[in-house]
Design a protein around this ligand. Structure first.
Ligand code: ADP
Ligand code: MG
Length: 242
């Protein structure tokens, strides 16, 4: 069913050394939809992504994908079994591997058809013919697209992106983030995009979840939040967007 959530984050709480850094966070993302976790530095955005990925473990709540439990009080699937892709700000290609080998790294095992799949993925991100180049020969934007191809290689149902565009210069950023999101939408991937920039969330999100001190304080369509922020702090946070 097209409208069933692909990803459900259900009342998740995460604690470090007795301190709650994520408190009772819930949201759902449908296939092809982009939810932005937006909030200032330290509010718990990355920790939320890490819990979804299975890198951190929550103390309460559940993560489900297509109705199947990835983690709760009983189940804890390891990151590699979750069907979840990750892209971080520091997209960290392996410098000693070629572009093609970097993308192939995203594929499991020695798949016989991996050469064809790598070529197809590089075409998708407009880097056909780049397979044998070394990462250092590519621009920042091109390297980011290689990281995207690598993350897409195993066909993740869910893509988690932690400030993936922050390291790019402004000139490149708009084009790359629009292309990236377009590609993910075409694949029907559910996307959680972390950002501390309201402008980026306004541009990219279908839904924004505004976070503060580990909690979601407001959730909704970008223009609803922009036009009716829940309190003065939320209004101030959006005041620079024009
Ligand atoms: P954001 O991504 O919104 O900047 P984080 O999720 O990285 O925020 O961090 C939320 C809070 O949790 C911060 O106060 C941070 O210092 C703390 N924190 C994050 N990871 C750990 C950890 N592994 N151990 C202890 N504290 C952590
Ligand atoms: Mg972070």
């Amino acid at each position: 069913m097209a409208d069933a959530p692909r990803l459900e984050v259900d009342h998740v709480t995460c604690r470090f050394d007795g301190r709650e850094v994520v408190h009772n966070v819930s949201f759902a993302v449908r296939p092809g939809e982009v939810l932005c976790l937006l909030g200032p530095s330290g509010c718990g955005k990355s920790t939320t992504l890490r819990v979804i990925a299975g890198i951190e473990r929550q103390v309460a709540g559940a993560i489900r994908a297509d109705g199947h439990t990835l983690s709760d009080g009983h189940v804890h699937l390891p990151p590699e079994d979750r069907g979840v892709g990750l892209i971080f700000q520091d997209f960290a290609l392996f410098p000693h591997l070629t572009v093609g080998q970097n993308v192939a790294f995203g594929l499991r095992g020695g798949r016989a058809d991996s050469t064809r799949r790598v070529a197809e993925l590089l075409e998708r991100v407009d880097l056909g013919g780049y397979a044998d180049k070394a990462p250092h020969m590519l621009s920042g934007g091109e390297q980011q697209r290689v990281a995207l191809a690598r993350a897409l290689a195993p066909r993740p149902r869910i893509m988690l992106m932690d400030e993936p565009f922050s390291g790019l210069d402004n000139r490149l950023r708009d084009g790359i983030r629009d292309e990236t999101l377009q590609l993910l939408k075409e694949e029907g991937t559910a996307v959680v995009l972390v950002t501390h920039e309201p402008e980026e969330a306004m541009r990219m999100a279908d839904q924004i979840a505004l976070m503060r001190d580990g909690r979601i304080v407001q959730k909704g369509a970008p223009y609803n939040i922009y036009n009716a922020p829940c309190d003065k702090a939320a209004a101030a946070f959006f005041s620079d967007v024009n």
